[in-house]
Design a protein around this ligand. Sequence first.
Ligand code: GAR
Length: 220
Amino acid sequence: MIALGVLLSGNGSNFQAIIDAIAAGELDARVAVVVSNVASARGLDRARAAGIPAIVVDHRGFASRADFDAHVAKLLVARGAEYVVLAGFMRVVTGALLGAFPMRVINIHPSLLPAFPGIDAQSQAFAYGARIAGCTVHFVDEGTDTGPVIAQCAVGVLASDDDASLRARILHEEHKLLTRALQWLSEGRVTVEPRDPPRRARVTVAGAQTFSFAATPQNT
Ligand code: GAR
C-alpha cells in the first residue's frame, strides 16, 4: 500500500476516482492528506466526506512559488505521503516540492502530451481541430507538462462534439488512467531510467499496457 498526498485546485473528480478505486479494492493506496490552494475547491468537500484530512494553503500568502512549494512539501512529508498526485492542481511546481519527492510527483493532464500543454488543453485540442485527443499520466519535472510519460489514453473527436462533450469524455478516461497508473506504482511495477540529456528519462511498467483507446461512439 502506498500513501498519497493529493494536491488540487477545483472540482476534484480525479481525486474522487482515487477514493472510489480504493473503496472498490482496485487501488491499494491510502490518501494521507489533501491540499488545495483554493479554499472553495469542491475537492475539499470530497475529502471531508471521505474522512480524509483536507488542508487549504493559499498560495497568495507566500512570497514566491518556491516558498509555497516548500511549505506544502513539508506538510506532505509530515503527513507521511510517499507519492504526490496533482489532481487538477493548477499551479506549476518547483524544485522545492520535486526535490522532496524525486520522481514521486504524478500529474494527470487532459491531452496527449507533448501536444497541448498548459491550461485548457481540451479546448486547445478542440479549437485546433485535432481528430484524436486524450489524456496523459506523467511524472512531474520543472517544466509545464514536460515530465516522463507513464501512460496515455487516446480519445477520438466526434463530428458532433463540442468543447464540453469532448472534455467530459476525456475526463471519464482520466479517472481510469490515473487510478490504473497509481496501482502500477503501488505494485512497484514502474521504473524510471534516467538518461543523459537531450535524451529523456525512460519509464517502463512491467507487464502492463501503457496506452489505451477510449471506446468511440459512432462518429456522427
Ligand atoms: C482535469 O481535466 C485535469 O486533467 C486538469 O484539470 C482537470 C481537473 O478536474 N488538469 C490540468 O489541466 C493540469 N494541467 P478534476 O478537478 O475534476 O479532477
